[in-house]
Design a protein around this ligand. Structure first.
Ligand code: SF4
Ligand code: SF4
Length: 608
């Protein structure tokens, strides 16, 4: 009788689970396929580190992350126990009296204790501490799930105290099994579905941060326009979100009081998919203005513990808007500059030629030169940044590095790509690739982190591979044998550019240069591989300051840098420099700005 009752409840629980999972699987299977398994060794390594060892979960929130890891490891450890108890309850086979099962059961005791500790900690945090990332309301669902898990562990531990075949033992067993069945029925529609999906999502996450595959215009639609266009990985992401809010609290746009919230983007995607309104425009699902507030800093993707990628959704939706002529006006002007003059400011190339001549630069020749210095739009036209490039040239010359530049450069295409103008990006990229190939370039050094990402990673998607290094990394290696200055002479703070610290993971090299040349570094909040953005990326360099909601991202960052108490801010990206100097001017502050190359050159020269 009990077996029959258990069969009925088992089928109800498993049926409810399967029906909800099937809905989600159908939605994912109906999508354009965007799954990829390239670079398998990297994916396997990340799976081991981030899923098995829970590194990403623990890294940013060590206490809560460790408690979560206890619960996760406990779940994995209990899988065999639960299966054996199900087989017993269904009358299939009773393995509970075997010696190996007894040993296994004993080995589960420390796991059960750790899960109990973890779940009580997480329950208190969710219900009473309420960190801002978790939202203003206590989630009833989270409380119920936490109580379920606590009940499972308690009933397991009680099995060591209760005598077999007593009423108390049977009640305890039924409670344990019914909670598991209720859990199964509940989780697919809850954020706890990440227990099932996150190992898959982490494995399928692109090895490249902010990966935006190049569009094939002959085969593909030029962007995401409606819910129907969302790809399979985007849909999987939407069902995996655990609503932890790490993306939200690390987003500079959200931090500066704008409407963009990357967590909301993912949850809105989930709602839209489940609502089944596949023809709804994405501009309505997310609101168009929100889509233009993203700087593409990559903090959301980088912090997400379950492998969700926000940028393909955000930039994919921008592509859809651009292809329909719905980009904001300020971008229209920038696109015109790129189209007519191949640079973001629309300036005549004679100005670059004048700089090349004045700085006595040679045109690259693969026989004569070891390396090409890529100037970029800022290096070609921004007088301020040209001072920094002169410092780079001076260091290279002091160290007898033979370098040249291209006779002509186009913008690398980053502002077009990250604002969704894929057609323009490909025009610029293909022109540059052809020129670089013709010139026989094998190695590039640049002071622009955006050029590193675009030429290094996006051009590689056209099959063009070239070694490209940021000047901070190149120069640090070049000057590694230079003796350190005996005593620190300057107190500075260093602003890690997102495309250098987060995207390229280069955080030690600029610091090594600064300390080697006499700086004491005061770190701002948000540094190294999780910096707070300057606000320039994703085309926002061109946005109209007056029309921005909330604060300016650059103002927030400048304040964080000021709060270090250091009178000098060192930068290593022309666009960070432009944004932060703008914020300094608005604040009327006296902070000094110096580019990293200028800082190094200024201290190298007196020794020469
Ligand atoms: S890329 Fe940066 S600005 Fe854009 S949503 Fe993510 S965290 Fe926010
Ligand atoms: S997208 Fe990732 S980081 Fe953001 S709330 Fe969801 S799980 Fe957390």
């Amino acid at each position: 009788m009990q077996t029959l009752a258990f069969w009925i409840l088992f089928l109800a629980g498993v049926g409810a689970f399967a029906a909800q999972v099937a809905t989600r699987v159908r939605l994912i299977a109906a999508a354009p396929n965007t799954f990829s398994t390239t670079d398998l060794p990297f994916r396997i390594n990340r799976f081991l580190v981030d899923v098995v060892l829970q590194r990403q979960t623990i890294r940013e929130r060590p206490a809560a992350g460790l408690m979560h890891a206890f619960v996760f490891w406990g779940f994995v450890a209990f899988a065999g126990y639960t299966s054996v108890e199900f087989l017993r309850g269904l009358g299939v086979v009773d393995l509970t009296h075997t010696s190996w099962f007894e040993a296994y059961r004993l080995a589960l005791v420390p796991f059960a204790s750790a899960v109990l500790l973890g779940i009580v900690y997480l329950l208190i945090r969710r219900a009473f501490v309420r960190p801002i990332a978790l939202g203003p309301k206590v989630s009833l669902e989270s409380v119920v799930i936490a109580l379920f898990i606590a009940t499972l562990m308690t009933t397991f531990l009680l099995t060591f105290r209760l005598e077999e075949d007593t009423t108390a033992e049977r009640v305890n067993w039924w409670t344990h099994m019914l909670v598991i069945l209720a859990f199964m029925a509940l989780i697919p529609a809850s954020k706890h579905f990440h227990l099932v999906l996150s190992p898959i999502t982490v494995f399928l996450k692109s090895p490249e941060l902010g990966n935006l595959p190049n569009l094939d215009f002959e085969k593909e639609q030029v962007g995401l326009e409606t819910v129907k266009d969302l790809g399979s990985k985007m849909r999987l992401d939407a069902f995996t979100c655990v609503e932890c809010g790490r993306c939200q609290v690390n987003c500079p746009a959200w931090g500066a009081g704008k409407e963009l919230n990357p967590k909301a983007i993912i949850l809105q995607t989930q709602d839209a998919l489940l609502a089944g309104t596949i023809d709804t425009k994405l501009g309505e699902v997310y609101s168009e203005k929100v889509l233009w507030q993203c700087t593409t800093c990559g903090a959301c993707e980088n912090q997400c513990p379950v492998g969700i990628e926000h940028l393909p959704i955000l930039i994919g939706s921008r592509r859809g808007l651009v292809s329909n002529g719905e980009a904001p006006e300020y971008l229209g002007a920038m696109y015109l500059n790129l189209e007519r003059r191949s640079n973001i400011w629309g300036l005549g190339y004679d100005q670059r030629t004048k700089f090349v001549q004045a700085a006595q630069l040679e045109i690259f020749d693969p026989v004569k030169h070891d390396v090409l210095v890529w100037l970029g739009c800022a290096g070609s036209f921004d007088a301020d940044f040209q001072k920094s490039l002169r410092s780079l040239f001076s260091i290279l010359r002091a160290k007898q590095v033979k370098f040249g530049v291209l006779a002509k450069e186009r913008c690398n295409g980053d502002p077009a790509k990250r604002t969704g103008n894929e057609y323009m990006f490909q025009e610029l990229a293909n022109g540059n690739i052809e020129d670089l190939k013709t010139a026989g370039v094998k190695k590039i050094v640049t002071s622009c982190p955006h050029c590193v990402k675009t030429i290094g990673a996006d051009y590689a998607k056209f099959g063009y591979r070239v070694e490209i290094t940021h000047s901070s990394v190149f120069v640090e290696e070049l000057l590694r044998s230079e003796p350190s200055l005996a005593a620190a002479r300057d107190t500075v703070t260093f602003h890690d550019p997102c495309y250098l610290g987060r995207y390229a993971g280069k955080t030690d090299e600029p610091r090594a240069l600064l300390t080697r040349f006499g700086a004491e570094i005061r770190e701002p909040v948000r540094n190294r591989d999780n910096p707070y953005c300057c606000g320039a990326g994703g085309g926002l360099l061109f946005a109209d300051k007056e029309e921005e909601p909330g604060s300016r991202i650059s103002d927030v960052r400048f304040k964080q840098l000021q709060d270090t108490g250091a009178g000098t801010v060192v930068t290593a990206c022309p666009f960070c420099s432009i944004m932060l100097k703008g914020a300094q001017a608005s604040a009327g502050a006296e902070t000094q700005f110096v580019d990293l190359m200028t800082f190094v050159d200024g201290r190298l020269q007196p020794r020469a």
